[in-house]
Design a protein. Structure first.
Lengths: 296, 378, 291
């Protein structure tokens, strides 16, 4: 077995899931300058709802996936409507938005706990048929390949959408300067709602892929990825989608390689957060970001 | 709000507190048992099955009691944190005036909350605490959960005999008292048995991705992977190990944490051949056990795990002690009766307490075969 | 009457203690929030203080008060060192940096031997009594009340409102920020030290990310603008499980949902926290500290 190659594959894989998750975070931050801490809860609910559709509804995963993703998007709309819209006029909307997203995250997790129980559950055996391949000393499963493909596809579609379509341009305009966008006739409220929809849909999709691969879904599964997601978008640059993708991959790789080199996972998170800390001190805008990072 | 109204408001809130503290009177033939399980938070999955096992026991005992001693259970949630555990202990012991406390789920919590019970003089029976330093807290603290210190040496002895292990890798969670102390015991035992430890890898609770560590482990070519984990992580480790291509001939050996049907359910095919040392075997032919598994599966539509079994047995143990002492509320008498219990018939087998008030019954070594936990024999 | 009080204390004594400690920690965060800085590291400072105090008591056999001071000073020192580079960052970035710092501290605590690893530091004599906690709390509350009217207080408030304008007025931004941050750290360290001596042990989990978020919640729910706001918030949220238990709600998910709902309702309708209910009917006081 080629040890290094295998670890690289591991890192690439987990990195693409982080990237997909982080993209949703960074989208909302770019447009609204708000950190939506309920994103991790939507991630969880997306996965759990997909599980429910497959298990109780008897659907195939190919149908459950888009449906659950849609549902996650709708959750995002709800989130926007309840927690962010009422606060937009306020002077400290960035801060209060953060707080209300925390509140919604708690409520969402409580709902997940109440509906699905505390135990971790998994997609029924055979939801996806898995083949294991050994290529050039590296072991890859078809599920891993599938997940990377789906994640990459979603991220490419998103990038294309943002860059090439009119709505995408409108999103970028609002992100750049909300007032100017309004003056230009952009339906700002609608765009923001739509952004939440996409962001949460992607978060939910990430949750489903995560649950499929790790065979484990639980109401608190968002917690571990929440912090990592934040680290990823700082690394990649807040508000930058390519940054989130790159950041996700870099983060996944660094995590895996830290374990590989140190021989223990004790330091894995410590290294990640130290790097995050260092980046914030040296280059807070991250690899590709361009947000304001100092006071006034 | 004018100052006086504020005072009134504060008085009303305090009154609510006091009202909650006063509990209704029970007849002398009902023993009040407090149950402290983690129904929310990190240990919620275990608390859930513990509550089910305990509820089943209470139900059955009360149904069979006729005019005799009945149990009045009070279930509380410690949210997997010692702060809540402390509050709940105080409420149960001083407010509800329970005669006995069963729990708490986590050893970490027990270390903080049990001294409270010890100081006041209330018996505590741990039904899932397996770390060190619990019963040492005092002579009111008991447990029926066989510690890793007893289960693991037996497991490794049997495994080495049957598999001829020479070199292994140790893989454990280093941020949980249970998994860490389990690993400490594994290490000592492996050294004593002369088995070489090629290396150690660790993970944290809540980790889902074990591929980096497992990849390292695979490259070291051990005869077996010795693992100290709770079931959530254990399932992930087992299934990812096989997905990574670690052959079934490299056995995975686990402790108490592995002993749950959730392992087989979540890891599926990959769990075949996993060796689990534990306090309880679901397929044991002990008639009390067979009945328990039957009743539990009927009531909750899924088979029980070790947490449920030990909680169930725990209720019986305390009940028998109370009956032997002939009292429903004399806390000291109940404690004295607990110490005297010998060879009690429980689903765990014949049960007694050791000198140190720990569990004294034989552990088992199991193997997952055909999707079930069966006794390990080669 | 006395007997009923004694009974009340026997049942709820631990809740009362925790309210005190949480209120103290909430106040420590309030110092930095008052300056408009969102710091998520106060839980870590409490942890540092707690561990330091615990180690001083256990390994160096220091008396309680010395350990507490040692804990507070350790936390304050780390706060000073951390604050200097970090406090130039704005809003969310500061939050992230302090959060990252908090996580590193927690992971260090899990992995070092001197902190007892995952099991934590055990065997700390439980010296802290309720009156001690409330004495410290009273002192901190007095300090906070006085702070508002002091030069430091005005500087902080003006920084919160508009940093550029404040700088133009000659207020040395970085200096005041670091001072506020360090004071907050010391207060948190004190609370942590008392906590360590309350429960025989202190573990890394007691000071993780979610505790940091809890501190934020105490402040928001209670109100950041007046000294008794954080205390109110801490009291309500800490006592909430008991209150709910009292009305028969024991299900975990419902408790969680109520927590979240309270936070949501407060932030949407009572942005200055529950304390603003009281100040609304005291126009003079409201004017004075709304500034």
């Amino acid at each position: 077995m080629n040890l290094l190659a295998q670890q690289l594959v591991n890192g690439l894989f987990i990195g693409s899931v982080y990237g997909l998750f982080a993209v949703g975070y960074t989208l909302v931050f770019g447009v609204l300058d708000i950190l939506n801490l309920a994103h991790a809860a939507v991630f969880t609910l997306g996965g759990l709802v997909a599980l429910w559709l497959v298990q109780a509804g008897g659907m195939s995963i190919w149908l459950a996936f888009p449906l659950a993703t849609l549902f996650a998007g709708l959750l995002g709309l709800l989130l926007n409507q309840v927690a962010f819209v009422p606060l937009r006029k306020r002077a400290d909307s960035q801060f209060s938005g953060l707080i209300s997203s925390i509140a919604m995250a708690i409520i969402f997790e409580a709902v997940a706990l109440g509906l699905f129980g505390a135990r971790s559950v998994r997609f029924p055996q055979g939801t996806v048929s898995v083949h294991i391949w050994h290529i050039a000393g590296v072991t890859i499963t078809s599920l891993q390949v599938g997940i990377v493909l789906v994640a990459t596809l979603l991220m490419l579609v998103l990038t294309f959408f943002i860059q090439r379509t009119r709505t995408g341009k409108a999103i970028r305009t609002v992100a750049e300067n909300e007032r100017a966008a309004m003056l230009l006739g952009v339906n700002v409220n609608g765009i923001i709602a739509f952004t939440f929809f996409i962001s949460s849909a992607l978060g939910g999709a990430a949750g489903i892929l995560y649950g499929l691969y790790f065979d484990s879904l639980a109401p608190d599964m968002g917690r571990s990825i929440e912090l990592k997601g934040l680290a990823v978008i700082i690394l990649g640059g807040m508000g930058s989608i390519p940054g989130a993708i790159l950041g996700g991959l870099a983060f996944g790789l660094s995590e895996v390689l830290t374990v590989a080199i140190s021989g223990t996972s004790n330091l894995r998170d410590a290294v990640a957060f130290t790097v995050l800390f260092a980046i914030l001190l040296i280059r807070p805008s991250g690899l590709l970001g361009r947000g304001k990072t100092r006071e006034a | 709000m004018k100052p006086f109204s504020r005072l009134l408001f504060a008085a009303a809130v305090s009154a609510a507190f006091v009202a909650a503290a006063v509990s209704p009177a029970f007849s002398a033939e009902t023993i009040k048992m407090g149950f402290v399980f983690s129904m929310t938070g990190g240990a919620a999955a275990y608390g859930a099955t513990q509550k089910e096992g305990a509820e089943l026991a209470v139900e059955q005992i009360n149904a069979a009691a006729g005019g005799g001693l009945k149990i009045a259970p009070i279930f509380e949630d410690d949210a997997s944190v010692p702060q809540q555990g402390t509050n709940v202990y105080n409420k149960l012991i001083n407010g509800d005036k329970v005669a006995v406390v069963v729990g708490p789920t986590l050893s970490n919590t027990a270390k903080i909350t049990n001294p409270i019970a010890q100081q006041i003089g209330v018996t505590v029976l741990g039904v899932s605490n397996t770390a060190g330093g619990i019963t040492e807290i005092g002579d009111y603290i008991f447990r029926n959960s066989l510690t890793e210190a007893v289960v693991i040496p037996n497991t490794m002895k049997v495994a080495k005999e049957k598999l001829g292990l020479k070199k292994v890798v140790l893989f454990y969670g280093n941020d949980d008292a249970f998994t860490k102390s389990g690993a400490d015991v594994f290490r000592k035992v492996l050294q004593a048995e002369g088995i070489q430890i090629l290396g150690e890898q660790t993970f944290a609770k809540g980790d889902r991705d074990f591929s980096p560590q497992l990849t390292q482990i695979k490259s070291q070519n051990p005869d077996a992977i010795v693992c100290s984990a709770l079931v959530e992580e254990a399932s992930g480790i087992v299934s990812q190990a096989r997905q990574l291509g670690i052959p079934k001939t490299v056995r995975i050996i686990g402790g108490n944490g592995f002993n749950s049907p959730a392992l087989i359910k979540n890891a599926g095919e990959a769990s075949e051949g996993v060796i689990v040392g534990a306090a309880w075997n679901i397929s044991s032919t002990n008639p009390l056990n067979v009945k328990f598994v039957d009743d539990y599966t009927k009531k909750y539509t899924r088979p029980p795990d070790q947490f449920a079994a030990q909680a169930f047995a725990g209720v019986h143990i305390v009940y028998q002690a109370a009956k032997a002492a002939g009292t429903a509320d004399n806390r000291k008498a109940i404690r004295d009766a607990m110490v005297k219990l010998k060879g009690l018939d429980t689903l765990l087998g014949k049960f007694s307490f050791t000198e140190g008030r720990d569990a004294d019954h034989s552990p088992v070594v199991q193997e997952v075969k055909g999707g079930k936990f069966s006794v390990f024999s080669n | 009457m006395l007997e009923q009080l004694a009974q009340f204390y026997a049942v709820y004594g631990s809740v009362i203690n925790f309210i005190g400690i949480n209120a103290l920690m909430a106040l420590s965060l309030n110092v930095t929030l008052a300056a408009g800085m969102l710091s998520l590291s106060n839980a870590a400072f409490a942890g540092l203080g707690g561990y330091a105090a615990g180690i001083l008591t256990l390994h160096f056999k220091m008396p309680y008060v010395v350990s507490l001071c040692g804990g507070a000073l350790t936390a304050g020192l780390v706060g000073l060192v951390l604050g200097l580079p970090v406090l130039r960052l704005r809003g969310v970035f500061l939050a992230m940096a302090t959060l990252a710092f908090g996580e590193v501290v927690r992971i260090a605590a899990v992995n070092l031997d001197i902190t007892g690893g995952a099991e934590g530091l055990t065997g700390i004599p439980n010296v802290t009594k309720t009156w001690m906690i409330y004495l410290a709390l009273a002192g901190a509350a007095y300090f906070m009340a006085v702070l508002r009217r002091s030069r430091l207080g005005w500087a902080l408030v003006s920084m919160r409102e508009d940093e550029t304008a404040a700088a133009c007025l000659g207020i040395h931004i970085t200096y005041y920020k670091v001072v506020a941050f360090t004071i907050g750290a010391m207060l948190a360290g004190l609370a942590g030290g008392m906590y360590a001596h309350l429960n025989y042990l202190i573990t890394p989990r007691d000071f993780g990310f979610f505790i940091a978020v809890d501190l934020l919640i105490y402040n928001i729910v209670g109100g950041t603008r007046i000294w008794y706001g954080p205390i109110l918030g801490a009291a309500l949220i800490t006592a909430l499980p008991e209150i709910l238990r009292g009305v028969g709600v024991t299900a975990g998910p419902i408790r969680m949902a109520v927590n979240g709902l309270i936070l949501l309702l407060v932030i949407l309708f009572l942005p200055n926290g529950l304390a603003s209910i009281f100040t609304r009917f005291r126009p003079a006081a409201a004017k004075a500290e709304a500034a």
